[in-house]
Design a protein around this ligand. Structure first.
Ligand SMILES: [Mn+2]
Length: 269
């Protein structure tokens, strides 16, 4: 569902209560994603549940197009909110180029493992191609989420505050999907508006990077949700699920969900 501000009360005590979940960087891992949704007992038809997906739905994983289709269906619910990631923006740019008769950018296709996405996209019917284009085009770059007393901004990588003229918009949108926040930074330092954000919730960078930045070492638990002073990082490395060749980290990566009411973390692998 589109829209910029969502307000949630805190969960009432007892039972599951109101639950606001964030998940990011699914990267074509459809079955783990479905397993995670059943782990958190997410019900897209319930007033009690809200789900924020912070981008990078496709690429890396083998089931990229299937994952997109599944999430596009989920997004029909008013309780599901999808944000743009850098991979989603690269895919959208590839589609736009294709419409003009050009090839997709090799940096996406190769370096960023968009090839399964693109090869399978080309096999889709024209109406399914158009549906994916329109959905990608509709994605927001950030959303405010209020849960109890706390105000979060959820974005793929970095804050986005909307229009600042054409160039400013392109620049800040690009930052919102690409810029790697540091573990100890206040990403709102240059924001001079009236809102008081408690934290930025992001995907984009596997959390092991943040644990390593903070402590100088990586342990077996490095692929868990990271809580910094002003950032909460939730990409636990699921993009490697279909890449056992990518080294020793493969055994440790997970797909995580965070419930904002009580900061409880859920994982599948
Ligand atoms: Mn990303």
């Amino acid at each position: 569902m589109r829209g910029m501000l969502h307000e949630r009360a805190l969960s009432p005590k007892g039972g599951k209560g109101l639950s606001t979940y964030v998940i990011s960087d699914i990267h074509g891992a459809l079955e783990p994603f479905q397993e995670l949704l059943s782990t958190i007992e997410f019900d897209a038809d319930s007033e009690k549940d809200e789900l924020y997906l912070l981008g990078d739905y496709a690429d890396w994983g083998k089931q990229s197009i299937e994952t997109l289709g599944y999430i596009m269906d989920l997004d029909q619910s008013p309780h599901v909110h999808c944000i743009m990631g850098n991979h989603d923006l690269m895919f959208l740019q590839a589609i736009e180029s294709y419409k003009l008769g050009a090839s997709p950018d090799m940096n996406w296709y190769g370096n960023n493992k968009g090839y399964t996405t693109w090869d399978n996209y080309l096999r889709l019917s024209e109406s399914n191609k158009e549906a994916i284009h329109d959905w990608l085009y509709s994605l927001d770059f950030a959303v405010d989420v209020r849960v109890g007393e706390k105000l979060y901004m959820a974005a793929h990588a970095y804050p986005y505050f909307g229009k600042r003229g054409k160039l400013g918009q392109i620049y800040t949108q690009s930052k919102a999907v690409w810029q790697r926040a540091r573990y100890d930074e206040d990403p709102f330092i240059h924001y001079h508006g009236r809102k008081k954000y408690d934290a930025l919730i992001i995907g984009h960078t596997p959390t092991a990077f943040y644990y390593y930045s903070r402590t100088g070492r990586i342990d077996d638990g490095a692929y868990r949700i990271f809580f910094g002073k002003k950032i909460i990082a939730i990409d636990c490395g699921a993009k490697l699920f279909d890449h056992p060749d990518m080294g020793p980290e493969y055994d440790k990566v997970r797909l995580g969900a965070l419930r904002l009411e009580d900061e409880k973390c859920f994982y599948v692998r």
